[in-house]
Design a binder for this molecule. Structure first.
Ligand code: AMP
Ligand code: ZN
Ligand code: ZN
Length: 410
């Protein structure tokens, strides 16, 4: 590390800790917003693990004890909810993988065609429409063209890039001359989710990943300081969901509950979704599954899903859903192996009310209140706050003004 970089890092940390200078806030139109998602950062990692930068940002800004994800607590649905304010059933990214029976097409995490992403207006499009330049250094959906529009700057997803390279990539856009510089940036880290899956949420490797992510946030803050932008930057740091321990022993098999030749299996893991084939009586088939289900499995027809899960609208959601308790998974025996299952110690996707599925929310910067702790907040409210921090009129969405009222300085 060069001594110059070290100086900026220390200066940045002092400011984060509230020991640096405090100036009058810049005019709202001169303020910038960077939204960082640390995938799989469970709400309690902040206290559990060594994360001095994030903790200082939380202490000095607005921190939600826990943020509730939307169902299913998976990466793609929740990232699009965070930037649209829409529930997955409304923006249409209802899972990481899913099947559209109407058009007979499949979605997966590599799909960037517009058709998948035009169900909800992401904040970078709201920004571009209202004359605010945006720059996405990774975010699900950011590579898609939205009704002919896209972010001014976008970097196609490249998992190989280190968190430091991602930070430096975003900073390079913010270093552009004022007339080219974006006012909105997104950034995404996946190392904490990767470690959580492989080693489990309580493992030292996951603690180390949290520490590395924290270091990258310090690098971002120091980089903004170096560019003279730190005092006008609003930082919103979120995650998409938490992480729970899993074990191969806590597995229920679909084959024990139903005749799989009668269905198309559309989701397995912390919940399952099946679509009965044409001619099968869906309600009777669901009743048959329910009769065989062990106590940790709840069987629902799509239309009977608990209202709080907001997962009962549209043909794309599987007609029968099987929800399992935390730590339990539901799999196809034919596609499962004990040895493979043993290699994975963590997962997410359960009911958002499950404590372990809770996510991270921190907001820090001139637009936000200081030293405010708020209780559990639902992630549909984040989009309205992002818009408010940039002075944008939000598109219609499922959130309300509660986070704006709790977090925005007036
Ligand atoms: P999961 O943990 O199964 O919900 O999925 C998370 C995975 O999504 C991570 O391992 C990421 O590498 C991957 N991912 C995140 N963003 C993108 C993106 N924009 N394009 C493709 N894959 C992504
Ligand atoms: Zn995720
Ligand atoms: Zn994950």
């Amino acid at each position: 590390m060069s001594s110059r970089f070290f100086f900026h890092l220390v200066a940045g940390l002092l400011v984060i800790l509230g020991l640096g200078s405090c100036t009058t806030p810049p005019a709202p139109r001169d303020q910038l917003l960077i939204v960082l998602s640390i995938d799989g950062f469970r709400w309690d990692y902040l206290q559990k693990y060594d994360a001095p930068t994030l903790r200082a940002l939380a202490r000095g800004g607005v921190h939600a004890t826990r943020m509730s994800p939307s169902f299913p607590s998976k990466t793609f649905p929740n990232h699009y909810t965070l930037v649209t304010g829409l529930r997955p059933e409304h923006h249409g990214i209802i899972a990481n993988w899913f099947y559209d029976p109407v058009d007979n097409v499949k979605f997966d995490m590599g799909k960037t065609e517009s058709r998948w992403w035009e169900g909800g207006e992401p904040v970078w499009i709201t920004a571009e429409k209202q004359g605010v330049r945006s720059a996405c250094f990774f975010w699900p959906g950011s590579e898609a063209v939205y009704h002919g529009l896209r972010p001014a700057f976008v970097k196609p997803f490249d998992k190989k890039l280190t968190v430091a390279q991602r930070v430096d990539g975003l900073l390079a856009w913010f270093a552009l001359p004022a007339e080219q510089r974006p006012r909105l940036g997104t950034l995404y880290f996946d190392l904490v989710d990767d470690a959580g899956h492989k080693f489990g949420p309580l493992a030292p490797e996951t603690a180390a990943a949290v520490k590395e992510a924290d270091g990258a946030v310090a690098r971002l803050w120091a980089g903004l300081e170096k560019l003279g932008l730190r005092d006008r930057t609003n930082l919103v740091i979120v995650s998409d969901h938490g992480m729970s321990e899993i074990s191969p022993e806590q597995t229920v098999f679909l084959e024990d509950l139903m005749d799989l030749s009668q269905v198309r299996v559309e989701a397995t893991g912390p919940y399952a979704g099946v679509r009965p084939k044409a001619g099968v009586d869906v309600a009777a088939f669901a009743a048959g599954i329910r009769a065989k289900a062990p106590p940790q499995v709840k069987v629902y027809l799509r239309a009977e899903m608990p209202a709080r899960l907001n997962y009962d609208t549209g043909d794309v959601i599987p007609p029968i859903l099987l929800l399992v308790d935390d730590h339990w998974q539901i799999e196809e025996r034919g596609r499962w192996s004990y040895l493979q299952a043993r290699d994975s110690r963590g997962n997410h996707g359960w009911d958002p009310a499950t404590s372990n599925m809770g996510a991270l929310f921190i907001a820090r910067g001139p637009a936000f209140k200081r030293g405010v702790e708020i209780p559990d907040v639902d992630n549909i409210h984040v989009y309205n706050l992002l818009c408010a921090a940039l002075g944008l009129k939000p598109a219609p969405n499922d959130g309300d003004q509660r986070l704006v009222k709790a977090a925005l300085r007036r």
